[in-house]
Design a protein around this ligand. Structure first.
Ligand code: FDA
Length: 388
């Protein structure tokens, strides 16, 4: 093959590497992706009937406190001033999330000061004594039974399709409670949405004469020119697909949660008045509803139609899209075994959320790709240091 570098996967991790290596080092970069579009899970598309931008793999909100990442991404896109806020419906009433002073006062029909609310939560939390033995006990020890029962229990049961008493206490170390009326979801320095959408941003990253993106090209499909057996050992590779798949599941599958999405165009101008509404009750199957028009109030979207997407959560099977690593003790053992195998691959670097089996926000995926560029790729291509 003629390229200097092969990148498997065109998500934020792969495209950041492609951009740096093409624009900074002048390398010829070949990117492949098994999907029919670039951009990985951040990809968005326009719903044809309404013109509304839909996030196909779940809502993506950009936020970061990393100055380098913020400066980097601003080369490719401007951002709107969107600030994310989430609400939850519980027993026919809408509360603001994450739990804050407004949530607590609405829940108790009270006018607690911050100190009074703090004392109330501490008193509720202290009712559980001894070491928490499962998720439910851990959550109660953090925020007390009433808030747990209302806002965490049903939602968690739906997310995991498991009774929270059967989930490990390890899943949570903290549950955010704010003793102010600040109901912003993120507290990062920078937050916003790409003015022309995610896909335009991702396409600009790949738009360089030295970068070739080939879609519908699976690295494990031997009929493809850039498949594994034809390229490993022949060209340096950055691999951002699932690490267990790379090694043919030699140490077993790493477990993931996946999501199912149900998208619908409705003949109303506004369905729920906000971008994301969680549903805490277990008699409703979905965990949340996204309404995409509210991500871009500045756009000229139709006044009589809207697009909503219901989200359902479950354990992933082999053929499902992997979304959130479950990270059981067995997964951690297997991951260590895969990392050992990865050390033996002299021409391959593993990165991104699938290649490292980690949940990474977009700014983290971009930040870790910039670090891989600094620490591995630039030293290799500029100074002849070992690749992996
Ligand atoms: P990503 O998964 O995007 O890309 C990997 C690419 O590799 C894919 O395009 C895949 O097709 C390709 N690939 C895999 N195997 C292959 C093979 N064998 N051959 C060829 N190609 C292959 N972050 C955030 O900051 N704010 C948010 O609001 C959200 N929201 C959010 C919601 C949901 C539901 C999820 C699951 C995730 C988020 N994220 C997020 C996280 C965000 O999606 C994540 O940071 C990026 O997708 C990471 O980019 P990567 O390039 O690592 O993976």
């Amino acid at each position: 093959m003629t390229a200097d570098l092969l990148i498997v996967g065109s998500g934020f991790f792969g495209l950041t590497i492609a951009d740096r290596c093409a624009r900074e080092l002048g390398l010829q970069v070949q990117v492949i992706d098994r999907r029919d579009h670039l951009g990985g899970n951040a990809y968005t598309e326009v719903e044809p009937e309404t013109g509304i931008e839909v996030h196909r793999y779940g809502a993506h909100l950009f936020h970061t406190s990393n100055q380098r990442v913020w400066d980097y991404v601003n080369q490719f896109t401007d951002f709107t001033p969107y600030q994310h806020r989430v609400y939850t419906t519980y027993r026919g009433e809408v509360f603001s999330m994450p739990i804050n002073l407004g949530t607590i006062n609405q829940f108790n029909r009270s006018a607690f000061t911050p100190a009074e609310a703090r004392a109330w939560v501490a008193e509720q939390a202290s009712m559980l004594t001894g070491e928490p033995a499962n998720f439910e006990e851990k959550a109660i020890s953090l925020i007390g039974q009433p808030l747990y029962e209302a806002f965490i229990k049903g939602y968690t049961a739906k997310q995991w399709q498991t009774d929270p008493r059967e989930l490990s206490a390890e899943i949570i170390s903290r549950l955010p409670v704010r003793y102010t009326y600040d109901n912003r979801y993120f507290s990062d320095t920078y937050e916003g949405l790409p003015v022309d959408g995610y896909t335009a941003w991702l396409e600009r990253m790949a738009d360089h004469p030295n970068i070739t993106v080939t879609l519908e090209a699976d690295f494990f499909d031997e009929t493809q020119p850039h498949h594994k057996a034809a390229t490993v050992g022949q060209v340096p590779i950055v691999y951002t697909g699932p690490v267990d798949r790379y090694f043919d599941f030699a140490h077993g599958d790493l477990s993931w949660r996946t999501l199912d999405f149900e998208t619908e165009v409705l003949p109303v101008g506004d369905f729920q008045g906000t971008t994301v509404m969680n549903y805490a009750d277990t008699d409703i199957d979905y965990t949340r509803i996204h309404e995409f028009r509210h991500f871009h109030p500045e756009r000229d979207y139709p006044a009589d139609k809207t697009v909503i997407m219901r989200e359902f959560s479950r354990f992933a099977e082999h053929s499902d899209e992997p979304y959130y690593p479950i990270n059981t003790p067995q997964d951690r053992e297997r991951l260590l075994a895969y990392r050992e195998l990865a050390k033996g691959e002299a021409d391959v670097l593993f990165g991104g959320r699938l290649g490292t089996y980690q949940y990474l926000d977009m700014h983290m995926a971009i930040g870790s790709a910039l670090s891989m560029y600094d620490n591995k790729l630039a030293p290799h291509f500029r100074d002849g240091k070992a690749f992996a």
